[in-house]
Design a protein around this ligand. Structure first.
Ligand SMILES: [Zn+2]
Length: 603
């Protein structure tokens, strides 16, 4: 993979330290490591005519075990970063038992063979392929490619159409990424050929046009995820057009199709007409609607399918950062770190997850209740169990997104180190034959200061690059062993700090956080969200502001003595008494079941 300028540490060498991220990781681990094996295998065993101890999981998984591969992939990454033997054992057991249910013709999928082989099998196949490749790459599961070849043979033989652009297969265009990964690891041409067949040029080429355009709106998460397939295609084929697609896609998407949280895809749709992002926040009766809506707003659906969208964007940012070495690609990942996945309530042991985040102007609440199809006859299976409220797709991507944290903090190039995210963590690696440990302590972004401590057996010469967020107003200050350094950090770039590092050296980086508004889109410039550095702030009440939006710091102040809380000065809002004020706190720490407001009108 010579095309990569930066490399990740592949879920190794980095440990999360005390922080909300670690807390979230531990809760996630607890749920997924303790999932009942018999429940996970129930459908596969039933289809294969084997005995089925235990009971199926409730919800979506109980009907179609589509996320089996994703659970396996998450376990592989958890094992890689924690080294827990019992996690590896569980993963191997699940795959052995699943593999024993693969039929003679290679069918290894969910039970409803006849109905699904022409429709949704691509969806399940892609997830199984990902899980198997992860199991091989991160846990060394020896039969991964043996099984992958079997199900690939079946899948290719049964794909209904030879014309890849007309395939009526759900999300078929996400397939190449994992098959190209399989090819890198096995060099089996079968995987490469299959990957090539499912490349999504008809969509990707839109990003090569002078002005991006699609014929109609697209399913949000899976289309962003499909770009990760373009990234793998670039690595394998080294054709520069794929890289141009990726760079332009990042520019287009982050410029026009994301909320201030980094989330995207109102009601799971994206690439609407100018103004659709702003319209997606309005109520159906709002007379400022610009007729750009993707769909009529439906209260059971929300602004962003958080887990799936975060996972896809994390990967895309990672590919772009590795391929280009450009610091700017850490920005979207940073938004989603704090305001996407960290903002979710934990997944419960019975598979309930906050599927949608709501950013509506008339408010939203965080809730693990997925309200989409309750009561609809098609939501009940033959056991009369409704299948939409739990163990949905997002429960497959949630553990992957959380397991990704350790993989997005540090990148390396030769002996040099690139720090992309400021998260409490410990990095232990060998640099030029010497063990070096870098410990990061911080309460960033609640505090502006990030501390690093180095320990090494002998001096290490290397440059440490720090990613400077695009929102900084002035160059961060850097102190090495308490001495201020003459380095300059420009927004969206790397700030290099070079030295021969010795044991007990310290680095302190101080990143000033501005308070600012971000508008939703150019057709709705008067709809804004309030941010402090990377953190989206919410209030528990509506507000329409009438003060100068470009100098927020003059009329919204930090509340002293509170962790991270801001308050408007009296008289800053319309339609309420002058003495009334509004408090703002981080969206990520906002509790479940309580109304919040994340977008506001400027008057
Ligand atoms: Zn989902």
């Amino acid at each position: 993979m010579e095309k990569q300028l930066l490399q990740t540490l592949d879920y190794e060498h980095v440990t999360l330290m005390d922080s909300p991220f670690l807390e979230q990781f531990r809760k996630m681990e607890d749920v997924y490591e303790n999932l009942d094996n018999d429940s996970l295998l129930y459908n596969f065993r039933k289809r294969a005519g084997k005995t089925t101890p235990g009971r199926p999981l409730n919800g979506w998984y109980g009907r179609q075990s589509f996320n089996f591969g994703q659970f396996c992939g998450a376990l592989a990454k958890i094992y890689r970063q924690t080294g827990k033997g019992e996690v590896k054992e569980k993963l191997f057991y699940l795959l052995e038992e699943w593999g024993a249910c693969i039929e003679g013709d290679g069918y290894g999928f969910s039970p409803q063979k006849a109905r699904y082989q022409e429709y949704i099998i691509a969806y399940e196949y892609e997830k199984l392929a990902g899980g198997l490749v992860d199991a091989w790459e991160y846990a060394g599961y020896p039969k991964a490619f043996f099984f992958l070849e079997k199900i690939t043979d079946w899948f290719i033989a049964h794909s209904p159409s030879r014309d890849k652009n007309k395939l009526y297969l759900v999300e078929w265009y996400t397939i190449p990424e994992n098959l190209y990964r399989a090819w890198w690891l096995s060099k089996n041409e079968k995987f490469k050929n299959a990957a090539e067949r499912f490349e999504y040029m008809a969509f990707w080429e839109n990003f090569l046009k002078e002005k991006f355009q699609t014929d109609k709106t697209k399913h949000a998460y899976s289309h962003v995820n499909s770009l990760c397939s373009a990234a793998q295609a670039y690595l394998v084929k080294e054709d520069e057009k794929y890289l141009a697609i990726l760079k332009n896609a990042y520019q287009e998407i982050t410029g026009r199709h994301i909320y201030s949280t980094g989330g995207y895809g109102p009601q799971e749709d994206m690439f609407g007409k100018d103004g659709y992002m702003g319209d997606s926040l309005k109520s159906a009766w709002d007379n400022t609607l610009t007729d750009a809506l993707v769909r009529v707003r439906h209260d059971a659906q929300g602004s962003c399918e958080v887990s799936c969208c975060t996972w896809a964007a994390f990967k895309l940012c990672r590919y772009l950062m590795c391929l280009t070495g450009d610091a700017r690609y850490g920005a979207w990942a940073e938004k989603l770190l704090y305001n996407g996945v960290l903002s979710l309530p934990p997944v419960t042991k019975d598979g309930k997850i906050m599927y949608y985040a709501n950013y509506f102007l008339d408010g939203g609440i965080k809730s693990n209740l997925d309200r989409r199809y309750h009561g609809a006859p098609e939501a009940y299976d033959d056991l009369n169990v409704t299948y939409h409220y739990s163990w949905q797709c997002c429960t497959g991507t949630y553990p992957q997104a959380v397991a990704e944290y350790v993989n997005m903090i540090y990148f390396i190039r030769g002996g040099d180190l690139y720090v992309s995210q400021y998260m409490p963590s410990m990095l232990k690696e060998e640099v030029g034959g010497t063990q070096m440990t870098l410990t990061c302590k911080t309460r960033y972004p609640e505090e502006e200061t990030v501390y690093y401590c180095i320990s090494c057996e002998s001096p290490v010469e290397r440059t440490i690059y720090f990613r400077i967020p695009a929102w900084v107003k002035e160059s961060p200050a850097v102190y090495v062993n308490g001495v201020k350094q003459t380095v300059e950090g420009r927004p969206g770039e790397w700030m290099p700090v070079s030295k021969t590092w010795r044991d007990q050296d310290t680095i302190m980086v101080k990143i000033g956080m501005p308070l600012y508004f971000e508008k939703i889109d150019n057709k709705n410039k008067d709809i804004v969200s309030l941010l402090y550095g990377p953190v989206v702030l919410v209030s528990d009440d509506l507000a329409a502001f009438c003060e100068d939006p470009d100098h927020v710091e003059e009329w919204i102040e930090r509340v002293p003595g509170e962790r991270l809380k801001f308050r408007t000065k009296p008289g800053a809002m319309e339609g309420i008494y002058d003495f009334e004020t509004r408090d703002f706190v981080p969206y990520w720490s906002y509790p479940e079941g309580k109304w919040y407001f994340l977008y506001f009108w400027l008057h």
